[in-house]
Design a protein. Structure first.
Length: 198
């Protein structure tokens, strides 16, 4: 295996590490740093099938979405993202992540039969993001966590879809969805902050 074959696997593993970090971390600053790393890894996996100019739009759009959420959270006076209830424990989340990653590893060969030209690192990374994002959505009701979970799920979908279609229009529509999710999350964070201050 040469170095060029190793890069997609490194990007896929980094996707799993960063999405796990987002789920386990309780500090919004670290969550946004991990999401930025997730979009950087996503850029490398999308670049397997898309040219540099198209795949760089995924990186720029993702970082813009993170900047929108970060600007909103920086302006808030109250910390509304504290989670203390079960199943918020890190041990529960770590076990659930392992279950998702084992399931993704078992499902990757089956999905690679359907998407024969995608490549196993791309499929594994995309499925890992979708699985961990859905897990994220299933165990939280906080606006920031929901926004990050939705962004993670859509990122996994984008990685898988990039192996099928490389249209500029599709890239633009996916960018609009990502920015729309970030703006919606920002709005929900502002509304939640107003509820706390009342």
């Amino acid at each position: 295996m040469n170095m060029l074959d190793l890069i997609p696997w490194l990007a896929a593993v980094l996707l799993a590490v960063t999405s796990t970090g987002v789920l386990l971390s309780r500090d919004w600053r670290w969550n946004l740093v991990m999401m930025a790393g997730q979009y950087f890894s996503m850029f490398w996996l999308v670049m397997v099938h898309w040219p540099l100019t198209l795949s760089s739009t995924r990186l720029v759009t993702g970082w813009m979405a993170i900047a929108v959420l970060g600007a909103t959270l920086t302006d808030m006076k109250e910390d509304i993202e504290t989670e203390t209830s079960w199943p918020g424990g890190r041990l529960f989340r770590a076990i659930a992540i392992w279950i998702v990653l084992i399931t993704v590893t078992q499902a990757t060969p089956v999905v690679s039969n359907w998407l024969s030209g995608a490549g196993q690192p791309v499929i594994w990374g995309g499925l890992a993001l979708v699985g961990i994002g859905l897990l994220h959505l299933g165990i939280t009701a906080r606006p920031l966590r929901i926004s990050l979970g939705l962004l993670t799920v859509i990122s996994g979908f984008e990685i898988l879809y990039a192996s099928i279609e490389n249209s500029i229009l599709v890239a633009g529509l996916l960018s609009l969805i990502t920015l729309g999710l970030a703006l919606s999350g920002s709005y929900l964070l502002i509304q939640a902050g107003r509820e706390i201050t009342k």
